[in-house]
Design a protein around this ligand. Structure first.
Ligand SMILES: Cc1cc2nc3c(=O)[nH]c(=O)nc-3n(C[C@H](O)[C@H](O)[C@H](O)COP(=O)(O)O)c2cc1C
Length: 438
């Protein structure tokens, strides 16, 4: 069980050019997601703010129309390996696709990162919502629910491979010359509907036992996969009541899989636009919005809605019968519900997609932002937040230097790290190998 009172967990969504589509155009903002020094600075700020984790997404395709950081970026595991060397505490999370990767490779990469970082690795298991990746792998993009069927088995294979080594398998006995205790390493011998994987990995049991599993789907099959296997879930939210319902929808299905609700930390994405005054914050957001390239906003909204929105009547209300796309249910559900609630037009939707890509935006003074985060946390709408600074490094500095201290003073958030692994930050136990101990 976690120690009470509950504490807020914080992650940061890293996109070098900022989470706002036009963040890079803000005065003083970082210009590139292909610049190690930019990402290293973001990681330094995250550790100054005692963040649980930094998170790097990935799409397996260059998407220059949507967002500059989706056009040109490093392969995320490679970047995290570099960051492992310059950070000491913050968790290092990255996306790998269950539709386009192989479980053996994914298990090996994250096991390696867990060793390299001393127990800070986290895998964001995504099914790849957009079909663009298919063109790079000579494949046909499977439909939504079929992707999740593969994902269920994929995650089991990865976790099984992480369990092939028991603790204490590397004995290094100088007297006998024995390096490995063969009784503590087993093959997985997995033969399933989609994968056939013998194992073991050439990587011993990792510092966390199992690297942390992140997930971000909120469709029915997405919630089921998360309830069974995730440690952290990124939610898409736009409204407190809806967030509370989504939180219950996920946590209430965990007992079906023999898990306790506290074993998942739900972190909704939020873009905080911080100002010394409310007017200053509003002016910053207005400046950022004025920089949005309309073509980028259209491409982003098309991706979120799963169809080309170019021909839609900009000044008409978003219709009530607009269908959920086959791409990602999470974004579309939250954005459409907001549009219907607030009687938004398609032009308003373009503004929403252009700001935080469909995520929630809060704009205000440090106290106003801290109050809102506290309200959501105490209302059990979430267990913390995935912070999406609009631009780096200034937009992240503002949150860490102005909002985090208020959360700390209120006893809602750690004043310092009490452990060194991501599992410890999350209050999760280090699991024993199920292959050896179940
Ligand atoms: C915070 C956040 C980060 C995500 N990162 C990625 C990513 O890096 N790559 C990706 O293909 N999908 C990413 N997604 C999409 C989801 O993981 C998921 O595949 C998609 O939303 C479809 O799931 P659903 O229909 O169950 O909601 C992300 C979603 C959220 C909310």
């Amino acid at each position: 069980m976690p120690e009470y009172p509950r504490q807020i967990h914080l992650g940061v969504f890293v996109l070098g050019t900022g989470n706002h589509i036009a963040g890079w155009r803000y005065p003083g903002a970082a210009q590139s997601f292909e610049d190690l020094s930019v990402v290293q600075e973001i990681a330094r700020i995250a550790e100054r703010g005692k963040f649980d984790l930094i998170f790097l997404g990935d799409n397996l395709a260059s998407e220059p129309g949507m967002h500059p950081s989706f056009a040109a970026r490093f392969e995320p595991l490679t970047m995290l390996a570099a960051l492992a060397a310059t950070t000491t505490h913050v968790g290092l999370g990255a996306t790998a696709s269950t539709t386009y990767a192989e479980p053996y490779n994914v298990a090996r990469m994250f096991a390696s990162l867990d060793h390299l970082s001393g127990g800070r690795a986290a895998w964001n298991a995504v099914t790849s919502s957009g079909g663009k990746a298919a063109e790079n792998f000579g494949r046909i993009h499977p439909e939504h629910d079929a992707r999740y069927e593969v994902a269920e088995e994929f995650v089991d294979v990865v976790r099984g491979l992480w369990d092939c080594w028991d603790d204490g398998a590397v004995v290094r006995n100088h007297a006998t010359g024995q390096y490995i205790d063969p009784a503590k390493v087993r093959p997985l011998n997995h033969e399933g509907r989609f994968f056939k994987v013998k194992g073991p990995l050439p990587t011993s049991r990792t510092p966390q036992g199992q690297p942390i599993i992140l997930q971000a789907g909120s469709s029915e099959p997405g919630l089921n996969l998360a309830a069974r296997t995730a440690d952290v879930v990124f939610a898409v939210v736009q409204d407190l009541e809806e967030a509370k319902q989504g939180y219950v929808a996920l946590k209430s299905r965990m007992p079906r899989f023999g898990r306790e609700p506290w074993e998942i930390a739900v972190l909704p994405g939020v873009m905080p636009v911080v100002g010394r005054t409310e007017a200053e914050a509003r002016a910053t957001l207005n400046t950022l919005q004025s920089f949005v390239n309309p073509a980028n906003a259209r491409a982003m909204l098309s991706s979120r809605m799963g169809m080309d929105v170019a021909g839609l009547p900009l000044d008409e209300l978003v219709p009530k019968d607009f269908p959920l796309p086959d791409t990602s249910h999470g974004f579309a559900k939250a954005m459409l519900a907001k549009a219907w609630r607030e009687r938004m037009t398609w032009r308003d939707m373009l503004n929403l997609a252009g700001a935080a890509r469909g995520h929630w935006v809060i704009c205000g003074t440090p106290v106003q932002i801290a109050d809102t985060l506290q309200e959501w946390f105490e209302a059990h709408a979430c267990d913390g937040f995935n912070i999406l600074p609009p631009y780096f490094p200034g937009g992240f500095d503002d949150f860490v230097d102005l909002v985090v201290p208020i959360l700390q003073e209120r006893g809602l958030y750690r004043a310092d790290y009490t452990g060194t692994t991501l599992r410890e930050h999350l209050g999760l136990e280090r699991p024993r190998s199920r292959l050896f101990h179940d």
